[in-house]
Design a protein around this ligand. Sequence first.
Ligand code: 5GP
Length: 195
Amino acid sequence: MRELEERIANNGRVLSEGVLKVDSFITHQVDPILMEKIGARFAEIFKEAGITKVVTIETSGIAPALYTAQALGVPMIYARKGKSLTMNEELLSTKVYSFTKQVTSNISISRRFLSAEDHVLLIDDFLANGMAAKGLIELCEQAGASVEGIGILIEKSFQDGRDFLQRSGVKVVSLARVASLEKQEVKFLPADDEA
Ligand code: 5GP
């Protein structure tokens, strides 16, 4: 998605350790107009997949997942990290290692919201090693729901996540694919929606 790549090139900042900071339009301050376009793009790509739920993980996946769900006309569910006192019902849960926070946390979704009838589209802001997506796939498996695809805003193609997820046979669509972040410069591969 050309507009997303331009925003990354113009407003993203490269931190050491292969981390890209996009806090002025995705991960802290959020650009709703860009998010709406991203949601429309994912909805277009997955319109024939019979999606019944869009699933993401808090926090930065929520904005693009919500616009995607709105465009598809289905609910959005975000997996919660840690346990809330109000989540006292039966839970689907698993552990996820966070690439940026370098801690393992428990993520969960109430069993009431996902079932074997559901066809799920997973959405997340970044794909690095694929651990967040793996955790979300596990929650869907616990519910018996089928995962029809994974929509990613920014894939860091120099990390293992894409290969790892594709080995499990799931369709991965990344709107921007970063080939490298060397010398503070963002280099792109052709994005999946441009191919
Ligand atoms: P993975 O689980 O694929 O290893 O990492 C994806 C998760 O880590 C995303 O949900 C995102 O929150 C975070 N993440 C991974 N790489 C980056 C990055 O370069 N920048 C930012 N801001 N977050 C990242």
